[in-house]
Ligand binder design. Structure first.
Ligand SMILES: NC(=O)c1ccc[n+]([C@@H]2O[C@H](COP(=O)([O-])OP(=O)(O)OC[C@H]3O[C@@H](n4cnc5c(N)ncnc54)[C@H](OP(=O)(O)O)[C@@H]3O)[C@@H](O)[C@H]2O)c1
Length: 339
């Protein structure tokens, strides 16, 4: 325990991110000060928004600076504690960044420093019970406001966030249509996640496929993709529909911003509401979501997939998997087991 491996942001992205955006380095392991803890990262969370943090423009968090350790969510283990709330050996969820060791004080970083509930494994804490699950919960219920009997359309439906949003909609008594890339993901949506219909957007004519799957149109659209997916969906909006704008991954690696949908007037004629949200605004209510999500996972009503890559060297390449759809469920990477 003398070397702290790190991946730094070396170059701002121009189009699809690649290994040359990051630089490997080694530094000494940091020492915690008073009221701080030293954490050894074990698992990293990979999130599409990390691409947005690499760009120097105003957003909901400051951009990662060139030469800084790449920001990432993580689960780690306390190896030295100078704070009475944390014991050596505790598993904690935090923003540990792409490095072996991090020193933090409680409340530091966008996620704070949270001890894992007893018996909850890191893979679950970083997926259904983590940012993506909580995003699905509040995004669907608080922003989308589904009512039993509604048709709920979800894009990115086989992913970490979309799959949980779609299953919560099913639990709430809605008819659920999921959009995902490829037959394998679509089969998982209908066979395991028990959605009513799965649409493979890679099979072509998404507009016609949504029309066929939603003969009475949709009432709620939980959108993770944006771009042409949003445009196709807007052609099948019902009266008083709600759109929860969770993300727009189809545009994250674009060099030029995508043009907006050419049919936004459909919102006007249908008295629809489109609302974006950022999950950091809901973190003070996270316990509410976690309590329900634990119950649904325990009862089997929510199924989930985690895609765990391994090895510190593979960290940059693993981030790329999100934008090519290689990930099957929540993308994680493990660098060490807990002691
Ligand atoms: N608002 C918030 O606070 C918040 C919080 C968390 C996440 N998000 C957003 O939620 C979305 C999903 O994030 P996640 O972490 O759950 O990732 P994820 O869905 O597990 O993984 C990303 C998926 O996006 C799909 N995708 C990639 N490029 C695409 C493209 N060009 N067109 C259509 N689909 C594409 C791929 O699925 P296919 O194989 O099906 O194409 C890929 O597996 C992202 O937009 C993210 O920014 C928002």
């Amino acid at each position: 325990m003398t070397v702290n491996r790190q991946w730094l942001l070396a170059k701002r992205p121009d189009g699809m991110i690649g290994p040359d955006n990051f630089k490997y380095t080694e530094t000494p392991v940091p020492t915690p000060g008073d009221q701080e803890v030293l954490i050894r990262n074990l698992y990293f969370s990979f999130d599409p928004t990390q691409r947005n943090w690499m760009v120097d423009r105003p957003s909901y968090l400051p951009p990662v600076g060139l030469g800084e350790v790449m920001r990432a969510g993580s689960v780690g283990q306390v190896v030295e504690s100078r704070h009475s709330d944390f014991n050596v050996g505790d598993l904690v969820q935090t923003t540990g960044c792409w490095q072996d060791y991090v020193v933090l004080a409680p409340g530091e970083g966008p996620m704070g420093l949270n001890v894992l509930p007893p018996g909850v494994p890191p893979e679950l804490m970083l997926s259904v019970l983590g940012i993506t699950g909580i995003t699905a919960y509040f995004g669907l219920l608080d922003v989308g406001k589904p009512i039993a009997g509604d048709t709920v359309l979800v894009s990115g439906a086989a992913g970490a966030t979309g799959s949980v949003a779609a299953q919560i909609a099913r639990i709430k008594g809605c008819r659920v249509v999921g959009i995902a890339g490829g037959p394998e993901k679509c089969a998982w949506l209908t066979d395991s996640a028990k959605l009513d219909v799965a649409i493979d957007y890679k099979a072509g004519d998404l507009d016609a496929q949504i029309g066929a799957a939603c003969p009475d149109k949709w009432n709620v659209f939980f959108d993770n993709v944006g771009g042409s997916t949003m445009q196709a969906a807007l052609n099948h909006i019902s009266l008083n529909a709600r759109i929860a704008m969770c993300g727009g991954i189809s545009g994250y690696n674009d060099i030029e911003p995508q043009p907006g949908p050419n049919n936004l007037m459909n919102l006007v004629t249908n008295r629809g509401r489109m609302e974006g949200f950022i999950i950091l605004d809901y973190l003070h209510r996270a316990a509410e979501a976690v309590q329900e999500l634990i119950g649904w996972v325990g009862s089997g009503e929510i199924q989930y997939q985690v895609d765990v890559q391994e090895g510190f060297d593979n960290i940059p390449a693993t981030l790329q998997r999100l934008y090519t759809g290689q990930n099957k469920g929540k993308q994680l990477l493990k660098i060490a087991d807990p002691e």
